[in-house]
Design a protein. Sequence first.
Length: 331
Amino acid sequence: MPAEASAGTAPTLRHPLDRPLRVLVTGGAGFIGSAVCRVLARRPGTEIVALDDFSSSDPANLSGVPATLIEGSVLDEPLLAQSMAGVDAVVHLAAIASVQESLDRPLEVHRVNVTGTLTVLEAARAAGLVHTVIASSSSVYGSGPELPKHEGLRPRTESPYGATKLAAESYALTWQRSYGLPVLAFRFFNVFGPRQNAGAAYPAVVPAFLERTLDGGAVTIFGTGEQSRDFTYVESVAEVIADAVVRRVAHDEPVDLGFGVRTSLLELVHELATALGRPIDIEFAPARTGDILHSQAEGRRLAELFPGLRPIPLAEGLRATIEWMHGEGER
Ligand code: NAD
């Protein structure tokens, strides 16, 4: 494959265009995984293989998506080796993506998030250094006072989940340095959008708020509501991941995938009320262990690697998510 100039220190290679691009998406039936499969499916000449154990998702998330669906775990080495056959890139998203579950079951979450990642990296290495994009998290930054966050900051994890994501990205970047595996480790910042699991034991804030408000109920804010997040619409995240796969973008340091807009939970409720056209009641509850106070990406490295980036703004993403929840359409 021809080498291309890269903003990162690792080579960026372009795929040959004379055959379909085959992409394995682990956690492919999940919230972000199914969005990645949808975006990839819109690109002509792409074959998608989705591997998922459906522990926190439903195969229906992929209905209408032309993907080969494999049911199983990333901890299953023979299955992974089989799924990796003939693949040009792997997008590794499978994980137990919950701070609270990591506090309740740290060993199990370590096994899936860290050993699972290591298993994927080894399968990608064995299959001939398959380009690997992995999902880390802004939770690696913890509640340090520096804002915005940038990749030069020292990680300071505050939950077992954050520690698993730091370990996973560290393994991935080490596999690049040790074995030459082309890797891109994204640190996602609060992703929201259609198909996010509001029925999870500990749902993320946007689906939790949306579910309550669509029922006409009050939303619960843990803490003061001043805590803030860099909310990113799932389709924008999926577009970046798909672009990374197609252009084989690699980097030997992590890359924050956030767009630099910080919104407090009180502001989020206001945006939701505007999108719904009616006021929303708020109930306050004590702050939770492991919750991070503020999160916002600087986004410089992301912009260097993906100069054409046009993220969908929060208000537009919320409107699209509400429409999807009403069954009126989707982006
Ligand atoms: P999700 O729970 O919807 O997706 C995870 C998927 O992995 C699910 O489909 C689940 O069934 C599958 N899975 C779990 N264990 C598995 C196993 N052992 N083998 C195969 N599949 C397995 O969550 P998501 O929000 O789509 O998260 C995707 C990735 O992004 C995760 O790695 C998560 O840690 C990371 N992330 C998400 C966010 C966010 O805001 N949603 C933020 C930071 C990082």
